[in-house]
Write a protein that binds this ligand. Structure first.
Ligand SMILES: [Zn+2]
Length: 208
């Protein structure tokens, strides 16, 4: 079977490289390094690519993707984990001004979390999702009326907990305290093409 995607990607890359060779923004990034002001943490799902969604350019966003966009709570035992190291770099080296965690509807990772049995994890996916199991008990003050699927409601809870967990990372806390950083949690509905943002004061979600 022909590997159509790979052939298409090689052609696309060659076209893009030709364009970028003359692009001043790209030249500046090569010469002076990156200075993105926003970090986005989102799911690996191929329908939720932040650069495509927000029409971002090279250098605009520092992106971390993992299954179900989970930010585990910081503790000494998870020093060196991918999420913590990317957060640390974004806050201390890049001095990003905003961190946005983006969850999405119809998330397979969240469905896996909903199927959590309480038994010891049997594989990497279960072990990863286990880090968010507390969000199964987490509750919101209210749910947006149009979000009726249980999986999607769980996505809102997991997002809210990940948002709270950001405040367990010492570098994040210090940056927030000196007013240099704001943190956000957004829920993207891939069908309605709409975003709701977490209001931590009200513990609910509202339209962006
Ligand atoms: Zn997902």
């Amino acid at each position: 079977m022909d590997r159509i995607n790979i052939t298409k990607f090689i052609k696309s890359f060659n076209e893009k490289a030709t364009y970028l060779a003359k692009d001043q923004n790209y030249k500046n990034l090569v010469e002076h390094g990156q200075r993105p002001e926003t970090m986005i943490i989102t799911c690996c799902d191929s329908r939720v690519d932040p650069a495509l969604l927000f029409q971002a350019d090279f250098g605009d966003i520092f992106v971390l993707r993992n299954v179900a966009n989970i930010v585990p709570a910081f503790d000494e035992s998870n020093i060196g984990c991918a999420t913590g190291s990317a957060l640390e770099f974004a806050v201390t080296e890049l001095a990003v001004k905003d961190i946005v965690i983006i969850g999405h509807s119809d998330c397979v990772g969240i469905k896996g979390l909903c199927a959590h049995t309480g038994n010891p994890p049997q594989n990497s996916i279960e072990a990863w999702l286990d880090l968010a199991k507390d969000s199964l008990e987490h509750d919101l003050a209210a749910y947006p009326a149009e979000i009726t699927q249980l999986n999607d409601q769980q996505c809102l809870r997991t997002l809210a907990l990940s948002w709270q967990n950001l405040a367990s990372y010492p570098q994040v806390v210090r940056a927030i305290d000196r007013n240099a950083l704001k943190v956000h949690a957004w829920y993207y509905d891939i069908n309605k093409l709409a975003i709701k943002c977490y209001n931590h004061t009200e513990n609910t979600y509202e339209n962006l």
